[in-house]
Design a protein around this ligand. Structure first.
Ligand code: SF4
Length: 242
């Protein structure tokens, strides 16, 4: 991980969240970020003759998620956690499921792991509102357990719709549930990292979940190595390279 981002140094606390506010699923008008990433994507849609607005598709999907009781995870949730970010994003992060803080706030990756993800995004030369962030399951598994296979299979049609609406250029799968769903396998992250993976033609970079990095700071350098693929393919400019 780049030195200036401090992510390679165990024990370094996460900085405050980026000053750019994240965009909720319903804020379609705000979601058209002024970032280069979002602006380029918007121009592509216009060139293509105006595909269906991803914000509208996401809003409809979010409304269905909010009312969903299709698996047992609805029983203990405070609220559903749909996704957040730029509907025109070129880059999408997919995690596992909401934790306690996400369940409370209704937004993915807002707890300690989310603060670390923000830091990672910043080290890549982006801010949180440039990308889109979602989870495999939209309701918090009790005690933060790993979602079961039936819960994943029940919930992931929502994620499939999110990806179809956003049509990112790349997806970063954070941890095993996300990578195993996207790649249709049952394989540890360590064996999927560094491979040429794809979900429906979209390149997928598999790396460790930020919650794992909080427990295993020595793996931060591995994550940074994994993300070099994204930086290069998307032409990003990390602060450390400027
Ligand atoms: Fe519905 Fe997904 Fe929540 Fe299960 S986890 S109740 S499928 S939204």
């Amino acid at each position: 991980m780049s030195a200036d981002a401090g992510l390679s140094r165990p024990g370094v606390s996460a900085p405050p969240r980026t000053a750019t506010p994240p965009v909720a699923a319903g804020d379609a008008e705000v979601a058209h970020s002024s970032s280069a990433v979002g602006a380029q994507r918007g121009a592509r849609d216009e060139d293509a003759g105006g595909a269906a607005a991803p914000g509208a598709s996401l809003e409809a999907c979010a409304a269905e998620v909010a009312a969903c009781t299709s698996c047992r995870l609805h029983e203990a949730r405070t609220q559903t956690v749909f996704g957040v970010g730029n509907p025109n994003a070129d880059l999408m992060f997919v995690g596992e499921g909401p934790g306690a803080e996400e369940d409370r706030q209704g937004e993915p990756f807002v707890g300690p792991a989310g603060q670390l993800l923000d830091k990672i995004i910043g080290a890549m030369g982006l801010v949180r509102s440039d990308v889109y962030i979602a989870n495999v399951v939209k309701c918090r598994p009790p005690e933060n357990r790993t979602p079961s296979l039936d819960e994943v299979s029940t919930c992931t049609p929502f994620l499939e719709r999110q990806i179809a609406a956003i049509r990112p250029k790349m997806i970063v799968a954070l941890g095993r549930p996300a990578s195993n769903f996207l790649l249709g396998c049952d394989t540890p992250v360590g064996r999927l990292r560094g491979q040429a993976n794809a979900y429906q033609g979209i390149p997928v970079v598999v790396t460790y979940h930020p919650a794992y990095l909080l427990r295993t700071p020595s793996a931060k350098k591995d994550v940074w190595n994994d993300l070099q693929q994204v930086i290069q393919r998307l032409g990003l400019r990390p602060p450390s390279a400027r």
